[in-house]
Write a protein that binds this ligand. Structure first.
Ligand code: ADP
Length: 335
């Protein structure tokens, strides 16, 4: 089957992300402090002709960890290998990456907190001395050989820095935490990405999308993609404030950026559990979903935006949640 790219047709998820992901640091929006520190470290490494020190990025999903890891090798003009902590199950899975690493190249390991302890430990000497031990032969003939690696840069990304062992964390010379983005930054991101996609958009419409994007670039890109489809289908493709508003309402995304699942969580907590405290298992059971889904996908945003608090006795809805969902405030708060 011949796949033709029709001008103006919707891009696949991969194309879409690929098209919008900045390739160079000057394309990145926000994270100015992180950019500034990285620029200094990269400049110094280039001037000395050395590999950049290992870099660890941590922070919630969608904030730019992979994007930084994409930009750094481009800035340094070196090759990059991509791996994921989820698939490196044993030291032998890591060996090809380490031995293939060219001088000063980048090895990016996403979800590095998922590396098993044995693989983590194998990385210690690779990162510190650019040396690994490999075992050749079997049984009584087995011999351990020392193998020298070319100096390379390890870039790790994690949503859970606390799960990394201390010795691994300490082997990263640069550790950068990525924080959430302001509405102004996300407005600039939406405007720029709309331009890249040749979507005409008004500034107030971009701001509306930014406001409802949970302070997260990946969410802003997804909202933009939906609004763009809506504008193409329902009007002439120009994204005005009215169009953005209608599209987001139709997708169930409200003014605080909550989606229908977030609101169902809050409604369940308020209506069924009198606002809490309630255990996440009990809430999940009532909503007919799993506690993991709630803990990973729903609660982080509701906790961060203070719609919910976690107490030792369980989750409790705050007065902000009552107001937002227009429930009458309870007579006496339980926390
Ligand atoms: P993470 O690896 O932290 O989960 P990504 O780096 O994959 O997040 O970012 C998700 C998407 O958001 C990227 O495809 C990119 O288009 C966009 N993005 C993230 N950070 C920025 C940024 N600082 N400037 C511009 N776009 C960004």
């Amino acid at each position: 089957m011949v796949r033709e790219k029709i001008v103006g047709a919707a891009l696949s998820d991969d194309d879409f992300d690929q098209n919008l992901r900045p390739q160079r640091m000057h394309d990145m929006i926000g994270q100015q402090d992180v950019c500034a520190r990285l620029r200094i470290a990269m400049d110094a490494a280039l001037k000395r002709g050395e590999a950049l020190g290992h870099v660890l990025f941590d922070g919630p999903p969608g904030l730019g960890k992979t994007t930084f890891a994409t930009c750094i090798p481009n800035e340094l003009g070196v090759s990059v290998q991509l791996a994921s902590g989820a698939v490196l199950k044993a030291p032998k899975d890591l060996v090809p990456y380490l031995t293939n690493a060219e001088e000063r190249s980048v090895l990016f390991i996403d979800e590095i907190h998922r590396l098993p302890r044995a693989v983590e430990e194998y990385l210690y000497t690779a990162m510190e001395d650019f040396r690994i031990d490999i075992v050749l032969g079997e049984g009584v003939n087995a011999r351990t050989h020392n193998l020298w690696l070319k100096p390379f840069t390890m870039i790790g990304a994690t949503t859970r820095a606390g799960m990394l062992s201390g010795p691994l964390r300490d082997r990263f010379q640069l550790r950068e935490h990525l924080g959430f983005y302001t509405v102004d930054e996300l407005t600039a991101l939406v405007m720029r990405n709309a331009r890249k996609l040749s979507v005409p958009i008004d500034t107030d419409a971009a701001q509306e999308i930014a406001t409802r994007s949970r302070s997260t670039p990946r969410v802003a890109n997804n909202r933009l993609r939906w609004v763009r489809d809506y504008a193409t289908s329902r009007s002439d493709g120009h994204v005005t404030l009215r169009i953005a508003h209608e599209a987001l309402e139709m997708a169930g995304i409200d003014t605080a950026g909550l989606d229908s699942q977030d609101r169902r969580y809050l409604e369940t907590l308020i209506r069924v559990f009198d606002g809490g405290p309630a255990g996440v298992e009990a809430i999940a059971h009532t909503m007919n979903t799993s506690a993991d889904t709630l803990e990973d996908e729903v609660e982080p945003f509701l906790l961060r935006t203070e719609f919910v608090v976690r107490t030792p006795r369980g989750r409790t809805a705050t007065s902000k949640a009552y107001q937002h969902l227009q429930f009458a405030a309870p007579e006496k708060r339980l926390f």
